[in-house]
Design a protein around this ligand. Sequence first.
Ligand code: FEO
Ligand code: CA
Ligand code: CA
Ligand code: CA
Length: 591
Amino acid sequence: ANVQAEGAEILGFEGIAPTPADVDAVKVPAGFEWNATSYWGQPLKAGAPELDFENQTEAAQKEQVGYNADFVTVIPTGDNTAILGFNNEYVNPELMWQSVADGEDMTDEQIKVTMAAHGLTIIGLKRKDADSFYEHDLSSPVNRRIHMHTEFAISGPAAGHELMKTSADPTGTVAYGTNNNCAGGLTPWGTIISGEENWHGYFASAGAPAEMAEEIERYGMGEEGRFQWEKVEDRFSMAAEPNETHRFGYIVEIDPADPTSTPVKHTALGRFKHEGGNTIIAADGHAVTYMGDDERFEYVYKFVSKDKYVEGDKKHNMTLLSEGDLYVATFTGDGFEDGVCDGTGVWKPLVKDGKSMVDGMSVAEVLIFTRMAADKVGATKMDRPEDVEPNPVNGRIYAAMTNNSKRSPSEIDEPNPRAENKHGHIVEIAEAGGDHTATEFQWALVLIAGDPNDPDTYFAGYDKSQVAPISCPDNVAFDSKGNLWIATDGMPGTLGHCDALYIMPVDGEDRGKLQQFLSVPAGAECCGPWIGYDGTSVFIAVQHPGEVDDASPANPVSKFPYDGLGQPRPGVVEVKRQGGGPVIDTGVTNS
Ligand code: FEO
Ligand code: CA
Ligand code: CA
Ligand code: CA
């Protein structure tokens, strides 16, 4: 097969060709244009300070857009107004300051700046009309930063447990800050949920109590914290404040419309390296949230709320994630002989009807040490579960397995069919009877990523001479027609291409016809994505532009968003057709 270098026509645009990994540009299809909507260091509201690159302070950063945007959501509040919410997953000190580059330690103030640059950014947007780009409304009342000193309520069965109590919070019900918020979702009731992913890296395990050895092993805390936070706050030292670590690793929920609201950490959805969560209302009204634990050989989970969704009652609906059943997935293959990777699966309960289903563990222990609980019930070890999201049109669930360099030939199974899986794959799950609360499902791999010339790739059976190369699927999203959008994290290291955003129909005759929509600058990962509610915008995050081995802080490989500062500033990009109009052209009028 000969892969089409320039991409093929799909849904009204021409797919773009792969971008060599050293190209510092945002590439979009012919006839499209892009705009940087919001990026690191911009003032959050009128009167907030501009970024003073050489003299950053914690106080200024708390009033500025955070670093390393990941999950992106855009919530309409009118025809031409909206709320933009995005995660600020982590930071690149070597690109935030030229002085940190040579391996020098950060100053205490620099460490505090990194704490303030984590969390989430929520801003108001306005635009002239549907054909224009959105702009940050500096006077919007919703403009807000969530950072490492924002107070969170701890909810659910583990709230108040002995393992949650610290010297700053003897009640075990109030947490301070969120970090490593990776992917996320917009709930049907209009709140943002996001996953605390690699939080373990922020805790220094040196001198931790001996009884924490098993959890340190299973969750992977190192001797020192990733950004030296333990130097400025004792709580990041497990010797000084052992339980603080039990208060991170959750799905958090934020009401972006109310800047005075207290965000919540939901223990009922378990504690692991949450990639994110996506929620759908089952036919009988229960809220069902699908989740991945992003590490090699980890698991896919789902939560089913005890109570039911009530249309229009946000206050009630914001209690749904506080109580319910937690399940972990097992995937069984039906044999490779049929030529496709597929089979059946079971959602195994960890907590059900308020009771622990795991021998020797209380409900609170299952929810705090969820990885150990899932080990005990024999969940299926997957190739790094990232975004897991239900398709609102066909009802099936799509789970991105980004890659797994450590899977050995003897560990191959049908749901993870390749050893040293460099390129990743996507699992398509159909719940029994189409019921999201079901405990059994069928599954099939819909994409086995890589260079389509490679015989072990699979594009849902589509003609591989007509599809684009792709590697390391991470974030997924759907447009209003149910087409799957896939953003990647890691292609520079596998295919030698810039990370990118793709579209792949999953129903009809074009099922599997994957085409590339855009690529992000050198060193960046493509996050988001979010398809604007009126179909005229695609939003993505350009995360960690310029992040390469041996990055030169004085001359970074990316200067996105090309504002003249000379340093990369991660942020959110909106893509539109020149002159406006629907991004995808299905030839069908929206009903
Ligand atoms: Fe933050 Fe799993 O990517
Ligand atoms: Ca099979
Ligand atoms: Ca991710
Ligand atoms: Ca990732």
